[in-house]
Design a protein. Structure first.
Length: 205
């Protein structure tokens, strides 16, 4: 899906100016990066909020149209009101087609209902991760990465290294060298204990 966002240049700065913008259903923001200087902008609140509800908006190359001048950007940060559905501020980063991106991409889990651990053994899917950090060129950026659970039994899991990454996309794992993405667990956690005991016995042997 392609997104084009319309914005205007923002001249007035400061908290007072930002409050006045929000009262007129506008969102203050900024676009930065690349060879150009950072540019303060303002956007229509309702249209922006509608886009933010779409998962792909957060992991897509966006076209930002500032008073007729278009540029490719990524959504980098969004500030929301503590309890109201209000966007307070938004940040975009310019995209260079020749430079690698580091960005979070959502994971889409499929075939959970036919996984042996669920369909046969009555287990549950435990989503350890719902998105993953990846590196790729802008042209290779996927909207999501699919995770197929069709072969998982209770006590089994899928690690980052087992994901089928699109061409030109590589995962950036943090913490563990090869963290778990998703697992099938038994009711009450019995499967995890059994699996852990088995691993311990194998290590001791």
């Amino acid at each position: 899906m392609q997104f084009e966002i319309t914005a205007q240049k923002r001249v007035l700065q400061g908290r007072g100016a930002s409050r006045r913008l929000r009262r007129s259903s506008k969102v203050p923001g900024i676009v930065y990066g690349g060879t150009q200087a950072p540019q303060s902008i303002e956007l229509d609140h309702n249209q922006l909020l509608l886009n933010l509800k779409k998962e792909t908006f957060r992991s897509s190359i966006l076209t930002l149209n500032i008073e007729g001048q278009k540029q490719q950007v990524l959504l980098r940060d969004t500030q929301f009101h503590a309890y109201k559905p209000l966007v307070l501020h938004i940040d975009f980063q310019r995209v260079d087609a020749t430079h690698e991106l580091h960005i979070k991409v959502p994971l889409h889990f499929i075939n959970a209902e036919i996984a042996p651990g669920v369909k046969v053994s009555g287990g549950m899917v435990n989503h350890i991760m719902t998105e993953i950090d990846v590196a790729c060129l802008p042209a290779d950026l996927p909207s999501f990465i699919e995770v197929d659970l069709c072969e998982l039994a209770i006590g089994q899991n899928i690690h980052v290294s087992q994901l089928k990454m699109p061409k030109g996309v590589k995962p950036l794992a943090h913490g563990s060298d090869d963290p778990i993405v998703v697992a099938i667990v038994g009711m009450g956690g019995a499967a995890e204990e059994t699996a852990a005991e088995g691993e311990g016995e194998a290590a001791a042997a």
